[in-house]
Design a protein around this ligand. Sequence first.
Ligand code: ZN
Length: 156
Amino acid sequence: MTDNKIKSSAVETLDRYLAAKRLRRTPERYAILSMVLQMNKHFYVETICRAMAESNFRVSRATVYNTIELFTQAGIVRRHRFGNEPAQFEKIVDTAAANHQHLVCTKCGKVKEIKDPLLLSTLSQRRYQAFTPEYFQFYVYGICSQCSRRLKQHKL
Ligand SMILES: [Zn+2]
C-alpha cells in the first residue's frame, strides 16, 4: 500500500469508528492519527506526545493517551506489552506485512522484529473451532547479543 492509501484507509476506519460510537471528529484525533501513521516502528504514547510538541500541535498527554487507546479499539494500532516495559504500539497497515515476530531481550528490553516465513505459514494454516483468526502475535524472550556479551565480561 502507498502512504496515501494507508492514510485514507486509516482515516476512513477512524471516521467509521467515531460515527459508530457517536464520538466527535475532533481535530486532535485526526492530528494524532496522522502522527501515528508517520511512525515506522513500535512507538510509546510518549513518542507521540514528543512528536506532537515538536510539530507545535498543543495536545495534552491525557488526550494522546486516550486517543491511542481509541485507535487500538478501532483496529488502527496494535498494543504490545513486552515484560515490564510500558506498552508499545504499532500501526496496522496491512495484516500480512504486520505479521512479524518479536525477539524481546529480558535484560535491556530491546525488541527486534523478525520475519520467520516458516513459522508464519504454519500459524496461518491453523484452524480453530468457531473462531476466525485475524492476526498473530508471537514473542520470543531471551537475551540479546549485546547483553550476553556484557554478562560474559562481568563473569570474567
Ligand atoms: Zn539486551
